[in-house]
Each structure stands twice: as C-alpha cells, then as structure tokens.
Design a protein around this ligand. Structure first.
Ligand code: APR
Length: 229
C-alpha cells in the first residue's frame, strides 16, 4: 500500500494568522476597496496604475509576513503522506513553509506576466510593478492573478487531485467563489473530509464533512498531530 494522498483546499483564512487580510471578513480586503475597481480586466484596461498600486501594496505586505503554524504543520504531513495543496491564495506562504506540490487556482502575487503572451511569466518576488515594466516585445507586464471574469485554467488539474485523495482538508475558505468552491463535490465517497474555519458551522452543511471550528494556526497543527499517529 503506497502512501495515502491528502489534498488540501486552502483559502485566505489559512494566511489570516500570518497577518494577511481575508476577503470577506469584517475587515476584509474587499470591504476597503470595490473589487470591480481593482481585480478585473476592465480595471486593468481603465486604470492599470491603480491596479498596480493595489497589488504592489499586497506584494510589499507579503514580503513582511511569515508562514504560520498551520502552513508549517501541512509541511510536516509530507513525512507520512503524499500531500497536494490546492490554494485559492496568491501568497507564497505554503511555498515558504516548505510544501512541495502547490497548485494556485487564482494565480501568484509574486509573479508578473505579459498582458499579451501568457507564457511570459517572471518572478518579481515582493517588488513593485509599474506600467513602465514591459515584456521583451514591449507589452505591459500585469499581475499573474486570475481576475474576476477570467478563467481558472488550473481547475481541471485541481479536480484530478481532489478526485484521487484519501483525505481532503478544507482550511480557511468561505467557499463562496466558484469554481473553487465546487471542488469539495469531487472528493471520493470514502474520503475523509475535514473543514477547519472559525465559522465552519455556518458555512458547511454537508453531513459527511468533519467540522473543526477554530483558527487554522490552532486547529491545523492539532489535526496534523492526529494524522501523523
Ligand atoms: N483561520 C482560519 N480561517 C479563518 C481565519 C483564521 N484565523 N480567519 C478567518 N477565517 C475564515 C473565514 O471564516 C472565512 O471562511 O477564512 C475564510 C475567508 O473567506 P474569504 O475572505 O471569502 O476568502 P476565500 O474563501 O479565500 O475567497 C476566495 O475570493 O476574492 C476572491 O480570489 C479571491 O481567492 C479569493 C476567493
């Protein structure tokens, strides 16, 4: 019997305890900004400098925070399990905690890509982007983020990972954004499914899901200790 496969589906709540704001909590990012002004192709068309400003602020903040106990606990799982992380987060905290197999459904804050050639992608770490930054053909670089209205190209790969897991652990997502939220429906019938979130009771009605109410940095290490026994 090979190693069991654990699939993680993480959202903004995974990084909340590192100091990064979530989107839909009371002090969430979308509360301060109207997202259609910032995270959409229309916003990029209308005011690329404003869009750069929004992501430059978030990228700078990312360079100032660290992975939390939840990110680090998920790395420990790799000693005993095959672990695939499907994240809606655009931060690099799973990477910095040491996790190997990470699929970013909504892009990566550290990366920029040509607005014309989708294969031209560069890692700019936590630096700022301006409209002067261009690809070799002279086209503007844009944040490598999936904006509202754009397709989630990694979704089919994410489905395959969830379809083939023995354990699915959903952490820190309100499950309100599709298609990411529908991933839970692809888990095998006999998979163990956990949902870790301070509002888990409110958000999860599925009967076959083990609800764990609480913060990721408290509850994920506890669950990992159980799974490592
Ligand atoms: N630990 C764990 N979960 C937490 C914590 C914490 N300390 N604090 C808040 N949460 C939970 C909230 O209860 C909520 O369920 O994190 C979740 C955050 O939900 P959202 O803000 O909606 O974030 P997310 O689900 O990741 O949003 C999905 O929406 O705006 C788009 O592209 C963006 O990837 C994002 C997507």
């Amino acid at each position: 019997m090979g190693q069991k496969h654990i699939c993680i589906l993480s959202g903004a709540g995974m990084s909340a305890d590192s100091g990064l704001q979530t989107f839909r909590d009371s002090n969430g990012l979308w509360k301060q900004h109207r997202y259609e002004e910032l995270a959409s192709p229309q916003a990029w068309e209308d005011d690329p400098e404003l869009v750069h400003e929004f992501y430059n602020m978030r990228r700078k903040q990312l360079g100032q925070v660290e992975p939390n106990a939840a990110h680090k606990a998920l790395f420990l799982l790799e000693e005993k399990y095959e672990v695939s992380i499907v994240t809606q987060n655009v931060d690099d905290l799973h990477e910095r905690a040491g996790s190997k197999n990470i699929l970013h459904l909504h892009g990566e804050l550290r990366k920029a890509r040509s607005e014309v050639n989708p294969d031209y992608i560069v890692d700019i770490e936590y630096d700022k982007l301006t409209i002067e930054d261009k690809d070799p053909d002279g086209h503007k670089l844009r944040p490598h983020i999936v904006w509202f209205g754009e397709s989630v190209d990694a979704f089919d790969d994410a489905i395959e990972l969830v379809r083939n897991c023995d354990v699915l652990i959903i952490i820190g997502t309100s499950l309100q954004v599709y298609p990411a939220a529908s991933l839970v429906n692809y888990a095998p019938q006999d998979a163990d499914i956990y949902y870790i979130d301070p509002k888990a009771q409110e958000y999860m009605q599925m009967s076959n899901v083990k609800i764990i109410q609480g913060k990721a940095s408290d509850r994920v290490p506890e669950l990992v200790r159980e799974l490592m026994k």
